[in-house]
Design a binder for this molecule. Structure first.
Ligand SMILES: Cc1cc2nc3c(=O)[nH]c(=O)nc-3n(C[C@H](O)[C@H](O)[C@H](O)COP(=O)(O)O)c2cc1C
Length: 187
């Protein structure tokens, strides 16, 4: 069975490496996972004053998260952390009080950077924040991409060993989602 995964890409720019990485990962992950990008660029800056009458992009965003079987964060690394745009989306997903769209969602984190540490610092901070809002995160395999020219061509990963890691990631994430979806045993 194909799991529907809401993907939040932390970079807003059109030519984002993280966006093209997501598209390549989506191809490799099929049919176990159906990865669909949920846009965050139109979300207003989080402001508690807006909670009384939620802006339309926030309502749309929360519905997309809630209707997915799982969430995948694809993060860039900005100043050794994840992006403000991504933190803003997490804030909106977690609010208003009692309407946390993240609670109990199976989730995973991957990320791409042009730098040498492959988003390790960003992912570590994101892991802490995503756990705090109730996302049930996978641990392994970790996926840190230090992007280089030619790694993604026509939407395909050209490095066979990295493509293998991504296939393994997709299979384990699909297993994780299936496990968390199982109804609790009753005695
Ligand atoms: C504001 C800013 C801060 C950055 N800080 C880091 C950093 O701490 N570590 C890193 O590896 N790359 C850093 N970079 C480089 C990004 O990895 C690079 O811009 C990457 O392409 C961003 O992802 P994107 O292509 O998906 O937008 C930074 C870039 C910007 C614009």
């Amino acid at each position: 069975m194909t799991a529907k995964v809401a993907v939040i890409v932390g970079s807003l720019r059109k030519d984002s490496v993280n966006r093209s990485f997501t598209q390549a990962l989506a191809k490799l992950a099929r049919p176990k996972l159906d990865l669909q990008i949920v846009e965050i660029g139109d979300l207003p800056l989080y402001n508690q004053d807006l909670e009384g009458d939620l802006p339309a992009p926030v309502v749309r965003f929360k519905q997309q998260i809630e209707s997915a079987d799982a969430v995948l964060f694809v993060t860039p690394e900005f100043n050794r952390s994840f992006s403000a745009a991504l933190k803003n989306a997490i804030e909106w997903g977690s609010r208003p009080w009692g309407k946390n769209s993240w609670a109990g969602k199976p989730g995973a984190i991957v990320g791409a950077t042009l730098g040498a540490v492959g988003t390790a610092a960003a992912q570590s901070q994101l892991r802490s924040v995503a756990s705090a809002v109730g996302v049930a995160l996978t641990a392994q395999p970790e996926v840190y991409l230090s992007y280089r020219e030619g790694l993604i061509v026509d939407g395909e990963i050209t490095d066979a060993s990295f493509a293998g890691l991504l296939e393994d990631f997709a299979a384990k994430f699909a297993d994780w989602i299936a496990r968390l979806r199982q109804p609790a045993l009753s005695f």
